[in-house]
Design a protein around this ligand. Structure first.
Ligand code: UDP
Ligand code: MG
Length: 325
């Protein structure tokens, strides 16, 4: 098998058939892989996504395409579904692609071809050229990459997602990271290897709707920062040092005033402001601590990242999984 494409699916019933049709169409291109394995991971869909995948497996879309369907026991999130796919991918090269046809398989094949022609490169990432997004969201995303790269321990290329094709070494490296909170952009950056980027323009979603709201994107971004840097903790230290220094100076001023000029009562607003400001800073610091502590707590449980419920292979094997990976 030359290439495995992993397709995480959450409520994508209406996209399975069109995606397979497009895959079959692309398999006729000159740069198509010799053998293509499609690993569909149904991430706890509440619609008939898994049934659609299973049904598609009865009549293969193309002679050189083989399929595998994994059903997770509930919705674990896209990152977990991606790991489930990785752990079941058999291709020499592996890639991720969304189920909603926003990402064209032809681009995956372009990435595959680049790897064929450049043995020195390990990973090819498709970077979004143009985004069909609102201005506010675009602004936030730009800020996120700036902030992450300023404080993070690894460098994230702007707008590179998990739409990639990579070699076994990268796949093994990704699987060697057992963490529960998987921020794939960061994981890709962390494992390193030689990565080349090619531009692509995402299409409109074929059917269904995106599972990202503005709030969930913000949470994702914050989670990414917490996952890849302890810089916010250091920030608390700096803020603490600065406020302590300012407080000591102000204390000296007050003592001096008391002995030299004498203090008359006013100062109530200053007191209130200072008390509130410091209470705010302390709460913020506690919140940042909590964010890290919570993650330590969850990671400390060493729970599996996902559980499978059922797995169907092209040769007809149909396992009602025991819940274990
Ligand atoms: N997805 C998933 N689990 C989730 C949410 C999404 O497997 O909990 C899949 C989804 O089916 C799609 C891909 O991840 O194939 C990208 O999701 P979506 O289109 O919602 O994200 P966007 O394209 O808006 O970034
Ligand atoms: Mg999408």
């Amino acid at each position: 098998m030359e290439l495995t494409l992993i397709i995480p699916c959450h409520n994508e019933a209406e996209n399975i058939a069109p995606l397979l049709a497009r895959m079959a169409e692309c398999m006729e291109q000159l740069d198509a892989p010799d053998g293509l394995e499609l690993v569909f991971v149904d991430d706890g869909s509440t619609d008939v996504t898994f049934a659609k995948i299973a049904q598609a497996m009865d009549a293969p879309a193309h002679p050189r395409i083989s399929m595998k369907a994994i059903e997770l026991s509930r919705n674990f999130g896209k990152e977990a579904a991606m790991l489930a796919g990785l752990e079941n991918a058999r291709g020499d090269l592996v890639g991720f692609i969304d189920a909603d046809l926003q990402q064209d398989p032809a681009t995956s094949f372009k990435m595959l071809n680049y790897l064929r022609e450049h043995p020195e490169v390990d990973c090819v990432a498709a970077v979004q050229e143009e985004r069909h997004e609102g201005r506010v969201l675009k602004w936030f995303k730009r800020r996120f990459y700036k902030a992450f790269n300023a404080v993070g321990d690894v460098e994230l290329p702007a707008n590179a997602s998990d739409f990639r094709v990579f070699r076994r070494n990268v796949a093994d490296a990704l699987m060697s990271m057992p963490e529960y909170f998987r921020f794939s952009k960061g994981l890709f950056a962390w494992v390193g290897f030689r990565t080349h980027t090619i531009p692509y323009t995402p299409a409109k979603r074929h059917a269904g709707s995106t599972s990202w709201s503005f709030g969930s994107l913000m949470g994702y971004a914050l989670g990414g920062i917490v996952s890849f840097t302890t810089w916010p903790l250091r920030l608390i230290l700096y803020v603490g040092m600065l406020t302590s220094l300012v407080s000591i100076i102000y204390l000296l001023v007050v003592v001096f005033e008391y002995f030299v000029v004498g203090i008359n009562v006013p100062g109530y607003p200053t007191l209130i402001c200072i008390t509130l400001l410091f209470a705010g800073i302390v709460m913020l610091a506690l919140g940042i601590f909590g964010e890290y502590l919570g993650r330590i707590y969850i990671e400390g449980k060493h729970r599996p990242v996902y559980l499978t419920r059922r797995m169907i292979e092209q040769d007809g094997t149909d396992q009602e999984a025991d819940g274990l990976r």
